[in-house]
Design a protein around this ligand. Sequence first.
Ligand code: GTP
Length: 221
Amino acid sequence: MLTAKIGKVGKVLICGMKGVGKTTLLEQLIYGNVNMDTELHPTIEDIYVASVDTGRGGARETLRIYDSAGLQGKGQLPRHYLYFPDGYVLVYDPTDPSSLDMLADIKTDIDRNKEKKDNVAIIVLANMRARNRRDSPASPPIQVTQPQSQQQQPDPVESVLNRANSWCARERIKHYTVNAMERPSLYEPFISLCARLHPPPTKSSFPQLRQVMQKTQKNDS
Ligand SMILES: Nc1nc2c(ncn2[C@@H]2O[C@H](COP(=O)(O)OP(=O)(O)OP(=O)(O)O)[C@@H](O)[C@H]2O)c(=O)[nH]1
């Protein structure tokens, strides 16, 4: 008799403003085939399945990742996205502060519907978009020396990242800076999200209960 056990599949939705790089991140994470010249089209909806090694004794866990259409205007997710996911990956582009503001709206929406599904895991990714080589020549042809008052202006990307850090700390969600062009930068957020969605089975401290559980497992197999 075939007794293969199918483990729980973690369902994750990746969402955020239109064009922040959601599909690029997923294509890079799963296939590793994205470069500066890759052309991607706006998403309607796609599903990716990832088999993740969370480093717990070699067993692999499965994530089903739903890539959603980027949002515009008010950050309101289509209603069905509030019910099925076990986890959310919220993505923004630190060069566009409004893409971070939108995540706050999305998070509020998720929280409002939490009673329908408890224990939802959320992470936030800042996609540090490496600029296209065509956009940024190695050394600009004309060097402009800025007046001192301008030099002291805080870096706008840095201040968006700081704002994101404070918001994530308040909301108790993990904030990662990643770069869609650097695959290794994507591993940690997805591995830790996967580990949260697949917690190790808890060992009972009651020996009798443990024996009953072991017996049941034997009978199942
Ligand atoms: N240079 C550069 N381009 C990027 C990066 N990430 C995304 N892009 C480009 O930005 C555009 C939009 O990227 P997508 O991954 O399609 O963005 P998305 O958030 O999935 O877009 P929607 O599906 O429309 O919401 C594409 O042309 C990508 O090639 C990056 O890190 N660097």
